[in-house]
Ligand binder design. Structure first.
Ligand code: GLN
Length: 240
């Protein structure tokens, strides 16, 4: 676990990397470095073994085919399971969120997930595309969620996970809630990338990884502007 440098793994960039999700690795690395933590970002392709001793694993979105392949390779590899067993942080987005559960649908076929989170996904009546916004679980102590979603799946949460947010806009899991978390594992439908639009969420992952309750504040003027602009856009779209 975290010792001399913070190790961030960007999982399977060749399969799971839609809608700018790679930006999540850049944001985490930058926010850690600006607090003085040395950082290593490892990009691990799907034909490479996944190291099991990194601090944070980022699993991004993907189309159905790459998502199914990515899940099969992660199950066969076992590295992510070993990492979770020893306390690593995992952040999954969209396909990378669905595949942390017990099952998901891709191209009409049901696939096994990694069973790291108590949830399962099936197909919804429509494709969910657009802005996502919501009130985050108060136990996480974060400001409202802001993101962009594009997925066909819907996600049912089991009793061992908590929703990440109660929705104020968008479809998320089921039109009411969005994302899920348990321990140091957190999944969301938010692209954008999610950690650029939600710097406090990036800091939560960093705090989990380095084991501190607080990090020195950063100048977040630009992301606050983006958040305000997106918030105004969501409010304008909701007006009759
Ligand atoms: N293939 C999944 C779905 O459509 C995830 C899509 C994504 O990652 N953007 O639900």
């Amino acid at each position: 676990m975290f010792s001399d440098s913070l190790r961030i793994v960007w999982v399977y960039p060749d399969l799971l990397s839609t809608y700018g999700d790679r930006g999540n690795a850049l944001i985490l690395a930058s926010r850690a470095q600006r607090r003085g933590y040395p950082v290593e970002v490892l990009e691990v392709r799907s034909d490479q073994p996944l190291p099991a001793t990194a601090d944070i694993y980022l699993v991004g979105g993907g189309e159905d085919g790459p998502q199914a392949l990515g899940a099969q390779r992660l199950i066969a590899d076992g590295g992510l399971h070993r990492a979770v067993a020893q306390g690593s942080v995992v952040f999954g987005v969209c396909a990378g969120y669905q595949l942390l559960g017990s099952s998901f649908f891709a191209k009409g076929t049901k696939y096994a997930g990694l069973e790291l989170l108590d949830l399962s996904s099936d197909r919804g009546p429509t494709r969910a595309i657009g802005e996502l916004a919501g009130t985050i679980d108060p136990r996480l102590g974060l400001p409202p969620l802001s993101g962009f979603e594009n997925h066909g799946g819907r996600t049912r949460l089991g009793s061992e996970v908590s929703p990440l947010a109660q929705l104020t806009a968008g479809i998320g899991n089921d039109t009411r809630t969005e994302g899920a978390w348990r321990g140091k594992l957190l999944g969301t439908y938010s692209h954008g990338p999610a950690l650029a639009r939600n710097p406090a969420l990036a800091d939560l992952l960093l705090r989990w990884a380095v084991g501190v309750n607080q990090l020195p504040p950063l100048d977040d003027t630009w992301s606050e502007r983006l958040r305000a602009e997106r918030h105004a856009a969501v409010a304008a779209a909701a007006r009759p």
